[in-house]
Design a protein around this ligand. Sequence first.
Ligand SMILES: C[C@@](CO)(OP(=O)(O)O)[C@H](O)COP(=O)(O)OP(=O)(O)OC[C@H]1O[C@@H](n2ccc(N)nc2=O)[C@H](O)[C@@H]1O
Ligand SMILES: Nc1ncnc2c1ncn2[C@@H]1O[C@H](COP(=O)(O)OP(=O)(O)O)[C@@H](O)[C@H]1O
Length: 301
Amino acid sequence: MAEPKSVTVRVPAKVNVQLAVGGARPDGFHDLANVFLAVSLFDEVTVRPADALTVTCSGPDAGQVPLDRTNLAARAAELLAARHGIEPHVHIHIAKDIPVAGGMAGGSADGAGALLACDALWGLDSPRAELLEICAELGSDVPFSLAGGAALGVGRGERLTELPVGGAFHWVFAVADGGLSTPAVYREFDRLNEGVTVPEPVAAPELLDALRTGDTAALAATLANDLQPAALSLRPSLAATLETGMQAGALAALVSGSGPTTAFLTKDEESARAVAEALTASGTCRTARVASSPAPGATVL
Ligand SMILES: C[C@@](CO)(OP(=O)(O)O)[C@H](O)COP(=O)(O)OP(=O)(O)OC[C@H]1O[C@@H](n2ccc(N)nc2=O)[C@H](O)[C@@H]1O
Ligand SMILES: Nc1ncnc2c1ncn2[C@@H]1O[C@H](COP(=O)(O)OP(=O)(O)O)[C@@H](O)[C@H]1O
């Protein structure tokens, strides 16, 4: 069969409905109980044969995305090519809709997307387990970007167990001006917990039940992010954004992962639109996006 001229993969953003963080490990990482939920904000990664490895990016936040070999999509192409003894000669285009450095795993999404796209372009047909292994090498969140749906991530968040989800959940994401560095937020977590014995991170059974039964009110009551105090400490203005969304009728509000995007769980789609409008009008965020979950993982279009 002739090789395809280009392959496009669509990849979702994530929100952490529970992010339980343990103490710092000797390797600098933190053990997690990370309950990921994929949401319907997507990047699209297109790869086509080229003379060298190049990256371009389009979308409102494109200026903040590195176009050199540090881009996770470029690193994914290099890792896959090296395993198969081939040259990573592809042009990668990222159509970016996921907020950059926003705690929604946009870079991880592009890494997983480029990996799946190159695998198809080069006709490798790699086993899923091998793709997941390369994802874990790229970053702790990358395996989940490939998997999508909902999953519990343990270890640094890369060891996944798929979770059943019994219904749709409706969200608003308030995108802040500027990003927050994930390592800086973990460092702030360590600083805030100095001298404290941090308990072993475990997923809350009530939260897993709420996901399984699709019960929005129960999920709202159990959302939890151990990185939230650290994100708020580095970006105190997020408190006003959280408050604004709650006043507008959200059932619960939390910082998405390491932030500074804030996430609002709403009763239904109509309520999500009202909360988004109020957040935009308030001036406490740059923009507000409506989305639903669960969303599928990386998918070849
Ligand atoms: C916080 C989370 C929640 O899902 O994501 P974001 O909200 O930033 O998207 C993740 O833990 C981020 O995962 P990811 O962005 O893939 O992190 P990596 O590239 O593996 O690591 C970046 C840095 O974050 C810190 N890190 C990451 C994961 C982890 N379990 N413990 C850590 O301490 C380390 O300082 C590490 O050097
Ligand atoms: N494809 C990519 N898209 C966005 N950022 C990327 C990408 N590859 C590498 N990065 C780097 O990763 C950092 C974190 O970005 P991102 O993954 O969007 O946020 P977060 O880790 O908060 O979810 C960015 O500041 C950028 O320097």
